[in-house]
Design a protein around this ligand. Structure first.
Ligand SMILES: Cc1ncc(COP(=O)(O)O)c(C=O)c1O
Length: 386
């Protein structure tokens, strides 16, 4: 979540200065300079085709806004029946009702009723498991079966909380292209993947087809403030921009576009684009690739079912023969304490231990993580053989 390190003076100073000018104003019927500057900069660095910014407070609400925009896009045009969302298996989009409803069914969301729209799930375009052709067939079949699809929501390139599953960009592109050709809106949830995580500024930049709506949070402020945004294309905006006020997008929170959060976001985006940070992102990404190559024949490798990387993210999935992979896998606590003993707070997703480092991490810190992965593998194999 933290992308630039804690208490960076550039961010602290910017927030401090903003606090002395204006701390908070409701962002309805009012605007302010920090908000305008963040929107401008965000659109400058965003994937092509996104033209408008809607602020909110966290990843879940950014997704909520994206879903509501998609539903009302159709409603405003007399297509109120278009209420269905397509999502990916293993997806996680947040804990508010809409975001929960498009996340994969799991103990996290099963006690709660769906938000009032139907959801269909597709297999993610995971590298090595699907072909671009099979993805295209699945999407076409779904779009022929349902004429009520409002949008397709997806975590591009890496599905985070669902297990750090990584995708084949060619298959992802085919998926987006096929949805687009059936008039389905594409909603990229870049809450985890945005701001350099996958090696590019946004994971959507791995494909040539860009989303109609994109949700960002965490890394927008470097992980320092509860500020988020949903970006939309001109095509979406035009449907809301109307003389009839009932067509407006009625959504807002008291702290939407909070000026302090905006100051943090502005300073954080500047820091993110510094040559020092960009070089670090590249360094960590190539260290991950080298680790993958070196680990292939290393002792301990056999304990893992899969080891994968995308940009600065590395995920190591322990092979647990009698239990499915996932958040509730029994190995979670064991892996966590194994890493804690080495002074690394790893927070594994069940049997998947992952690296999601701030870009200011030093090489030695990254190597310490790799060494612990190797040691974990060796230790698990030793136990198995006893
Ligand atoms: C892809 C994705 N979407 C949405 C969310 C929800 O964000 P938040 O915890 O800020 O509500 C998360 C959080 O981990 C996420 O990884």
């Amino acid at each position: 979540m933290n992308t630039l390190g804690h208490c960076r003076s550039e961010i602290v100073d910017a927030v401090h200065a903003q606090f002395q000018q204006m701390d908070q104003v409701i962002f309805a019927g009012a605007t302010h300079r920090p908000g305008q500057l963040v929107a401008k900069e965000l659109l400058r660095i965003a994937p092509e085709g996104l033209h408008k910014v809607f602020f909110s407070d966290n990843g879940s609400t950014a997704v909520e806004v994206g879903l509501k925009m998609a539903l009302q896009f159709w409603f405003n045009q007399g297509c109120a029946h278009k209420k269905r969302f397509v999502a990916l298996r293993h997806s996680y989009h947040g804990d508010t009702f809409g975001a929960m409803s498009v996340s994969e069914p799991s103990p996290f969301n099963s006690p709660f009723p769906l938000a009032g729209f139907p959801v269909s799930y597709l297999d993610p375009p995971v590298a090595g498991r699907v072909t671009p052709e099979s993805v295209c067939e699945q999407v076409t079949a779904l779009c022929s079966q349902y004429d009520d699809i409002a949008g397709f929501i997806y975590e591009p390139m890496v599905q985070g909380a669902g297990g750090m599953h990584m995708q084949n960009p060619v298959a992802l592109e085919k998926m987006l292209e096929t949805f687009r050709s059936h008039g389905v809106l594409c909603i990229a949830d870049e809450v985890m993947t945005g701001f350099g995580r996958t090696g590019k500024m946004f994971a959507s930049m791995y494909t040539s087809v860009q989303p109609d709506i994109m949700c960002v949070a965490k890394g927008l402020s470097g992980g320092t403030f509860p500020i988020a945004a949903t970006l939309a294309s001109e095509k979406i905006y035009e449907v809301f921009h109307h003389e009839d006020r009932q067509k407006a997008f009625f959504h807002g929170h008291s702290f939407t576009g909070n000026p302090l959060g905006c100051a943090a976001a502005l300073a954080s985006m500047k820091l993110l684009q510094s040559s020092e940070t960009l070089a670090s992102i590249e360094m960590i990404s190539s260290m991950n690739q080298r680790f993958l190559e070196g680990f292939r024949d290393a002792p301990g490798r056999e304990a893992f079912k899969d080891v994968r990387a995308c940009g600065t993210i590395l995920a190591c999935e322990v092979d647990t023969v009698n239990q499915p992979s996932g958040y509730f896998n029994h190995l979670r606590d064991e892996i966590e304490s194994f890493f804690l003993d080495r002074l690394i707070f790893a927070r594994p997703l069940g049997n998947v231990v992952y690296l999601l480092p701030p870009y200011c991490s030093e090489q030695g810190q990254i190597y310490a993580f790799y060494d612990s992965v190797v040691a974990l593998g060796e230790s698990l194999l030793r136990k198995k053989s006893v």
